[in-house]
Design a protein around this ligand. Structure first.
Ligand code: HGY
Ligand code: MN
Ligand code: MN
Length: 413
């Protein structure tokens, strides 16, 4: 079967989505339910309808675009990713997997392929934790790892609830209907940029993922005593920012002390109040991301961070709360789905290597409800979550070609 990828169409779709941004180029910002997010969603819905797919959206805005197979009642084959983007980041993280899955379907249609199992494109809502502090919001809810009650508790930094924001965005379906029934999918394959340097360093066009790292995140809220920066002498100050600074350094120490080279920890968010140069910080909020490809060293780092935070706050007489936002187990990818991707590489004469994903993805949660793997393509310098994130049209087209053949084979299984 001659499956040809329309690279120009893929790049045009990526450009159109990148233009949906609330920050100026070259960076991209596309936060859940923002105008930029809604613009990108509208663009994708139009392209999916153009491709003749049957569309459905759930109460969070997860989008399902299905190409019915000849056996439509069989568990389907799915592929997809996310289109939300953290502030001032790149144009390929997530979007390559969504546009790539759409082009894989279009290319199979052009080639006259007739799927036995339906093939479905999934656009997951809010893979990034930016708005509500928890990543993979949509896929977490789809697999039942995030209940409607927990979803209703979510508020963003401005205090706005998920409930009011999703309604404003036009998603009114009940949250109780988001969790997917068991057995809906036969397999899931996500195309994604590597977000690391290995493929480029090895000169390889494709990575096939065998496992996905175990992410965790926690929020630390600190309350000290504010006051006039000039009038309050140093002894006896209860400066919330200084406690936060010690905690951030303890986060780094915890990651370096687990004995595992794969433990990483980052204090990616630090907000202080009142944030005035002549006012002692009375409050601080830290959001901390801790990962490893195994959960034991990750949990050891989390334990060390919690212990350090308590010691620092008690010594500095700072009130604190520690909220675990998520601590997910790692995912293992499925041999049969890996085999489909490996065979596609062989058919295309593309070298590949098996990999572990240090970034988390919606596949982390899809792996809980169906056999899953990921296809990685290189990104320049391994850079991601930055405006200079880049994969070339050739690299993207190769990933889409492997994806198309993988989906075709899985659909006939
Ligand atoms: O943070 C991550 O691993 C993903 O890119 N959201
Ligand atoms: Mn990301
Ligand atoms: Mn991503």
């Amino acid at each position: 079967m001659d499956i040809s990828i329309d690279t120009a169409a893929v790049m045009a779709d990526l450009d159109a989505i990148a233009a949906c941004s609330s920050s100026p180029p070259p960076g991209v910002t596309r936060i859940l339910y923002s105008a930029a997010d809604m613009g990108a969603r509208a663009y994708l819905r139009a392209r999916c309808a153009e491709a003749g797919l049957d569309l459905r959206e759930d109460g969070l805005g997860n989008l399902f675009a299905r190409w019915p197979g000849s056996a439509p009642d069989l568990p389907a084959v799915a592929s997809g990713s996310h289109i939300d983007a953290i502030p001032d980041s790149g144009r390929y993280d997530g979007t390559v997997g969504v546009v790539g899955a759409l082009e894989a379907i279009r290319a199979l249609k052009r080639a006259g392929f007739a799927p036995r199992r339906s093939i479905e494109l999934l656009l997951f809502t809010a893979e990034e934790p930016t708005r509500f502090g928890i990543g993979c919001l949509g896929s977490r809810a789809l697999c039942g790892a995030l209940t409607p009650a927990r979803l209703r508790d979510l508020r963003d930094a401005a205090g706005r609830s998920l409930e009011e924001l999703r309604a404003e965005a036009g998603f009114h379906a009940p949250l109780e209907d988001v969790q997917l029934p068991a057995g809906l999918y036969h397999a899931f394959v996500e195309l994604h940029i590597e977000q690391g340097p290995l493929l480029e360093t090895e000169g390889l066009p494709i990575g096939v993922v065998r496992a996905i790292a175990a992410p965790a995140s926690l929020r630390v809220s600190l309350r000290g005593v504010g006051g006039h920066a000039g009038a309050v002498l140093m002894p006896g100050r209860r400066d919330a920012l200084l406690a936060a600074a010690e905690i951030a350094l303890a986060v780094e120490r915890a990651a370096l002390s687990t004995g595992s080279p794969d433990t990483v920890a980052t204090t990616g968010v630090l907000r202080i109040e009142p944030s005035a140069v002549n006012s002692i910080p009375s409050a601080a909020t830290l959001e901390i991301d801790v990962r490893d490809i195994a959960d034991e060293p990750r949990d050891a780092a989390l334990h060390a961070i919690r212990e350090a935070a308590v010691e620092i706050c008690e010594r500095r007489i700072i009130a604190y709360t520690l909220d675990m936002l998520n601590a997910d187990p790692p995912a293992t990818c499925a041999p049969a789905v890996i085999e489909a991707a490996v065979r596609a590489c062989a058919e295309l004469g593309l070298h590949y290597q098996m990999m572990v994903s240090r970034a988390y993805h919606d596949s982390l949660f899809m792996a809980r409800i169906c056999p899953t793997t990921m296809i990685f393509i290189p990104c320049r310098g391994g850079v991601s979550h930055r405006p200079d994130e880049l994969s070339s049209p050739e690299q993207i087209a190769a990933g889409v070609a492997v994806l198309a053949r993988s989906l075709a084979a899985l659909s006939l299984a």
